[in-house]
Design a protein around this ligand. Structure first.
Ligand SMILES: NC(=O)c1ccc[n+]([C@@H]2O[C@H](COP(=O)([O-])OP(=O)(O)OC[C@H]3O[C@@H](n4cnc5c(N)ncnc54)[C@H](O)[C@@H]3O)[C@@H](O)[C@H]2O)c1
Ligand SMILES: O=C[C@H](O)CS(=O)(=O)O
Length: 481
């Protein structure tokens, strides 16, 4: 891995302003999913080290909250500027540990940095209220104050942006954070800490604890009563477990969980635009995003035409090592991910689906982007998050039928539909049970909007002014005069 600034590759964790090894002295390997090459040996931290990081966050929080919002903002803006200045190196590290093509990896760095930038500003707008008294002489004032110490647990598929989306609002309002990245992709997190330290963010305000045992670190985060909020991004299964583990002291939680996004193409859609949207939503990050189109519903009158156009576009994808020139689609994260994709494709074919393109392994963690036709609701691809480059096409006849099908899932994160009929746009957008609705737009994510889901896709929102609220407590003063 060639870096302009090799110091950004940190194989230790960052705790209370110091770069530390684990107490055991052990390390765990980080590998490049494209090549299988070991790119780093990370210090392996566990429960005791996590407890120390939480103690440091607790000790630092009051002084951090006592700073003016403008002082916190200035430090965050310095951090933002450093992330942008070092975007090439941060993108290289991300591409090497996660596999997404370099251009996409660098794009994630800028996406993550946009949260730091946006909340550096928004933190200065934590407004309260005054409320007319309910009795003579009563004056009511509503304050908003930082929750306190926040623990963060994040997944491998966006190893920079998922942390940035949490640490930015937390620090902006005066919280402190201990972050646990996925063991598969810790280097992007430690690189963020290198730049946070360089930006002058005080010790203890942002710590990064990396370890091979998710539960050892996570259990401490849930058990420790100094942690007043746990913010998690990952699978619904793990989220459910963490919610249980946070019940003992009624910790605030934010949950950004799994998805099963429907992508609907009506017969009045701009088909070329719908294909562009489907390609962006489905094949971004090799299909490994929580908001990827997981089910593609096409109205009968345009089914064949859309299928033909989509296959032609999929054939243009260039699959390979993310550092290779012109590669658009990298590997899946590991062998388990490839196995899940194979299982979903085999199940669909066994139950009557047909291959319009792809459906083949390409060696290692690579899988050819695939289009399946004749897909039905009793196939695994309809009910489970594939998390890979498979586009299953379902045929439908009526608006009512497809809304029912789209909502027939325990998930409710993102959904998409393409139509140019304004009445239909309002009817369908209001009827779909999701937190995010892409209307003629396959890539809705941005720091200025409230990202999050309903049902078993999560609790809370990240980004926008709503994302700030998740790190604040409301208090009111009733003043007798
Ligand atoms: N809603 C969103 O914003 C969003 C974003 C990205 C990914 N996701 C979801 O994440 C999943 C893919 O990511 P993943 O495979 O890393 O998910 P995962 O749930 O397996 O792991 C997520 C994180 O939780 C940690 N973890 C796992 N078990 C734990 C435990 N018992 N205690 C504490 N921590 C634990 C992991 O080490 C990792 O850091 C998909 O379901 C995807 O939809 C959701
Ligand atoms: O997969 C998780 C991310 O939240 C996807 S996005 O880049 O925020 O759309």
């Amino acid at each position: 891995m060639k870096l302009k600034d090799p110091s950004l590759l940190a194989e230790k964790s960052y705790v209370d302003g110091a770069w530390v090894d684990g107490d055991s002295g052990k390390t765990f390997a980080v590998t490049n999913p494209s090549t299988g090459e070991v790119i780093a040996n990370m210090a392996d931290l566990g429960q005791a080290e996590t407890a120390r990081a939480i103690d440091a966050a607790y000790a630092a929080q009051k002084d951090w909250a006592a700073k003016l919002a403008s002082e916190r903002s200035a430090l965050m803006m310095k951090w933002y500027e450093l992330m942008v200045e070092n975007a090439d190196d941060l993108g290289t590290i991300l591409c090497a540990e996660m596999g997404k093509p370099f251009a996409e990896a660098r794009g994630e760095i800028l996406y993550g940095a946009s949260f730091i930038q946006w909340f550096a500003e928004e933190g200065k707008r934590v407004y309260g209220d005054t409320i007319p008294g309910a009795k003579a002489g009563q004056r009511i004032v509503v304050l908003k104050q930082p929750v306190g110490v926040v623990a963060s647990i994040t997944p491998w598929n966006f190893p920079n942006a998922m942390i940035a989306r949490k640490v930015a609002p937390a620090l902006a309002v005066g919280c402190t954070m201990v972050a646990k990245p996925a063991k598969l992709t810790p280097l992007s997190a430690t690189a963020m800490a290198v730049l946070a330290e360089r930006a002058g963010i005080p010790k203890g305000v942002f710590s990064v604890v990396c370890g091979s045992s998710s539960s050892a670190i996570g259990n401490e985060m849930c058990a420790n009563e100094k942690v007043r909020k746990l913010t998690f991004t990952g699978s619904t299964e793990v989220g459910r477990e963490l919610l249980k583990n946070c019940a003992h002291d009624i910790k605030k939680t934010s949950m950004e969980l799994g998805g099963n996004a429907p992508f609907i193409v009506f017969d009045d859609a701009d088909l070329d635009a719908a294909v562009v949207g489907a390609m962006g939503s489905k094949f971004r990050n090799a299909g490994q995003t929580c908001v990827c189109a997981n089910r593609i519903y096409v109205q009968a009158g345009v089914y064949d035409a859309f299928t033909e156009k989509l296959v032609a576009a999929v054939k243009q994808l260039n699959i390979g090592d993310g550092f290779a020139e012109g590669v658009t689609t990298g590997p899946l994260i590991d062998g388990n991910a490839v196995d899940k994709v194979k299982e979903h494709v085999a199940d669909a074919l066994e139950k009557g689906a047909e291959v319009a393109f792809g459906a083949e392994e390409m060696g290692g963690n690579f899988y050819r982007p695939t289009v399946l036709t004749g897909v039905t609701k009793d196939m695994k691809v309809a009910r489970e998050e594939t998390f890979g480059p498979v586009a299953p096409l379902f045929r439908f006849e009526t608006e009512e039928e497809v809304i029912a099908a789209a909502n027939d899932t325990e998930f409710g994160l993102a959904c998409y539909f393409y139509s140019r009929d304004v009445g239909r746009v309002w009817r369908v957008a209001e009827a779909l049970e999701y937190g995010i609705v892409g209307v003629n737009d396959g890539l809705p994510s941005t720091a200025v909007a409230p990202f999050g889901g309903v049902k078993q896709s999560g609790l809370g929102r990240e980004g926008s002014k709503y994302g700030l609220e998740d790190f604040l407590e409301i208090k009111y003063l009733s003043m007798g005069i």
